[in-house]
Design a protein around this ligand. Structure first.
Ligand code: SF4
Length: 423
């Protein structure tokens, strides 16, 4: 049986044109996905987690029971992750956080959290990837390397596709890459601007100053010749419809949300001359959805605390790494994420000293290190669910196989919630 228009649950591109051949309950072939997406589907059965307590295999029932005991006794639990599971699971996780007065944080905290903070200050003129395909004639990737991180972005959404008002595809588009090194994505650019590490804020503000008619009294800003900045500005002003894609080269380097504020402000000011938008290059397939689902339910996108019975928001105080570093939580529930692999070492050290519960279909580093492991059915393979693409467009991720021995994240979290309520 061939299943068409499958959604790939790996990166924020959420490609929804994948074709999968299923034979005897197994995935036989995958068409149209990139190498990463194909590997996700073909190797979905490898490195699967199993229910365990302190490394011992147990029944699913026992693993859930032990997790409930830990959460029930906790005075201040941390719930973290969410970027690789469905919106339906996010809702359950948030209910648990509210019920037990926990802090809840999602992986934006260590990737595009600064983008959220910048948006609080400036707002954001943004667009969908459909608009990019159909209208954009100038693309600026700033601190982003899509050929390696979002492998079909150029092909499917931005550089190559022929759209309604972009009938020439690649020929009708100018590609600019701004980065600290010449990445594979930069090698394909019509213009590559190399910025000194940590110099993005200065370069962005120099562009804003020049856009307002200012003359810089120097020949170079953060490694970029002023004449190259002038050429970049001319390209930006020549756009009929330009889009700046911001990556973690802006959000996770010196300056953080100030970099993003400067990039958004530049785009806002360019709109006095021609049409420009900003899109954040979101990594995990539903990290945008995690921010959106927390936002619509609490008013806040990440780093939320329920200890007073209502949501409070303070990145730096209630963000997972900060809570761990200050040793302010007494247990950690990780859902569909791998903080042991990604957090700073001092935060991981604290996390590993606490009761750690991992809900994950795979034996991630976090699952291997956890006291309690609760395996689940992978969204997009065994269960359907809702996810938000990097531009905020919600898509229904399909179920393609029937044979998972475990319930979904949503069902596991619902069961934990039911037991915590004593129902
Ligand atoms: S670009 Fe991302 S969503 Fe698209 S197939 Fe590759 S991994 Fe999957």
């Amino acid at each position: 049986m061939r299943i068409e228009n499958v959604v790939c649950p790996f990166c924020g591109c959420l490609c929804d044109d994948i074709s999968i051949e299923v034979e005897n309950g197994r995935i036989k072939s995958v068409a149209r996905a990139c190498g990463i997406g194909r590997s996700l589907f073909m190797k979905h059965g490898e490195d699967l987690s199993f229910p365990s307590i302190d490394g011992r295999k147990v029944s699913l029932e026992d693993a859930i029971g032990k997790a409930v005991d830990i959460l029930r006794r906790s005075k201040h639990a941390l719930i973290y992750g969410l970027s690789s599971t469905s919106i339906e699971a996010h809702r359950k996780a948030l209910e648990i956080a509210e019920l037990i007065g926990a802090s809840i944080d999602q992986t934006s905290s260590i990737c595009h959290g600064p983008t959220a903070l910048a948006i609080h200050q400036t707002g954001i003129p943004t667009c969908t990837l459909g608009e990019v395909k159909n209208r954009a004639d100038v693309l600026v990737f700033w601190g982003s390397n899509p050929l390696e991180s979002h492998q079909r972005h150029y092909e499917r959404y931005s550089l190559f596709p022929k759209g309604m008002f972009t009938p020439e595809g690649r020929k009708g588009r100018k590609l600019v890459v701004v980065d600290v090194r010449q990445t594979p994505s930069a090698k394909m650019a019509d213009m590559f601007i190399r910025v000194n590490p940590g110099g993005d804020y200065e370069v962005l503000n120099a562009l804003r100053y020049m856009l307002k008619g200012g003359e810089l009294a120097t020949s170079e800003i953060s490694g970029v010749k002023v004449e190259d900045l002038r050429k970049l500005l001319d390209v930006m002003l020549s756009a009929k419809y330009g889009v700046v894609f911001i990556g973690m080269g802006l959000t996770m380097t010196r300056g953080k949300y100030h970099n993003v504020e400067a990039a958004i402000s530049l785009v806002v000011e360019l709109n006095a001359h021609t049409r420009w938008s900003v899109v954040a290059m979101r990594g995990h397939y539903n990290v945008k959805g995690a921010a959106s689902s927390l936002l619509w339910q609490t008013g806040y996108p990440f780093a939320i605390n329920f200890s007073l019975g209502y949501p409070r928001y303070n990145p730096g105080e209630y963000s997972a790494v900060d809570l761990l570093r200050r040793k302010e939580v007494d247990c950690v529930l990780v859902i569909a994420s791998d903080p042991v692999a990604n957090f700073p070492r001092d935060a991981v050290k604290v996390m590993l000293e606490l009761p750690l519960i991992a809900i994950d279909p795979k034996l991630s580093l976090t699952a291997v290190s956890a006291n309690i492991v609760i395996p689940t059915a992978q969204v997009g393979i065994y269960v359907e669910g809702t996810a938000y693409r990097m531009d905020g467009v919600p898509l229904r991720v399909k179920k393609i196989l029937d044979s998972s021995p475990y319930p979904s994240d949503e069902e596991i979290l619902d069961e934990i919630l039911r037991r915590l309520k004593g129902a």
